[in-house]
Ligand binder design. Structure first.
Ligand SMILES: Nc1nc2c(ncn2[C@@H]2O[C@H](COP(=O)(O)OP(=O)(O)O)[C@@H](O)[C@H]2O)c(=O)[nH]1
Ligand SMILES: [Mg+2]
Length: 182
């Protein structure tokens, strides 16, 4: 097992099965697409190391995923957190509104009042997904954004076809990848 040499400053949260594990695994290997992945639900927490060779040879940061089943005790992991990645599953109509309530409880949490939030509209590859505007309506984002002080960035993503993963990498690391045009 890796020795963790930097504090964990990023949490990845969201209801069960929204694709958190797959998304972060994808983030670890920004340049490869793997369609054969299957996963088991996360019970407990996963810690992912994200390498940042752009910032130095051994430079990295850590993202902790806390399973959706553990939402009642998410708050135990809020110390030192600077960024929250909140993943919703746009292909799961029944779950989206409930995800909005969970997101609200995070935004209302005093320990997270200076955090940056990234709302990931996940599984954008699924044909029957909710489109961005419908998903945001179900999450009541307009109302939410008026009531909270944190800045919420919204990202459409898919761990299957790689949509949004580069932007996720930029948001997480603060490093802009240089796109090679040739
Ligand atoms: N179609 C599609 N399925 C996904 C995507 N991400 C995850 N999944 C599937 O959703 C299920 C839950 O994924 P997982 O990463 O374990 O979710 P977690 O419980 O939030 O960590 C798995 O069956 C994945 O294969 C995605 O972007 N698109
Ligand atoms: Mg998981």
């Amino acid at each position: 097992m890796d020795v963790i040499e930097a504090p964990i400053t990023i949490l990845c949260l969201g209801p069960p099965n929204t694709g958190k594990t797959m998304l972060i695994k994808k983030l670890q290997k920004v340049d490869t697409i793997d369609n054969t992945y299957s996963s088991v639900p996360t019970i407990g927490t996963n810690i992912f190391r994200i390498n940042m060779p752009e910032k130095g040879k051994n430079c990295c940061l850590y993202v902790r995923e806390v399973g959706g089943e553990m939402s009642p005790i998410w708050r135990h992991y809020f110390d030192n957190i600077k960024k929250i990645i909140f993943v919703v599953d746009t292909s799961n109509l029944c779950q989206i509104s409930a995800a909005g309530v969970l997101l609200y409880t995070l935004l209302a949490e005093p320990k997270l009042r200076f955090c940056k939030f990234l709302l990931v509209l996940g599984k954008m590859d699924v044909a029957y997904r909710q489109m961005r505007n419908e998903a945001l309506l179900m999450l009541q984002m307009k109302r939410l954004q008026k009531e909270v002080r944190q800045n919420i960035t919204i990202l459409e993503a898919s761990a299957i076809n790689g949509e949004g993963i580069d932007t996720l990498h930029e948001w997480v690391t603060g490093i802009k990848k240089v796109v090679d045009l040739y």
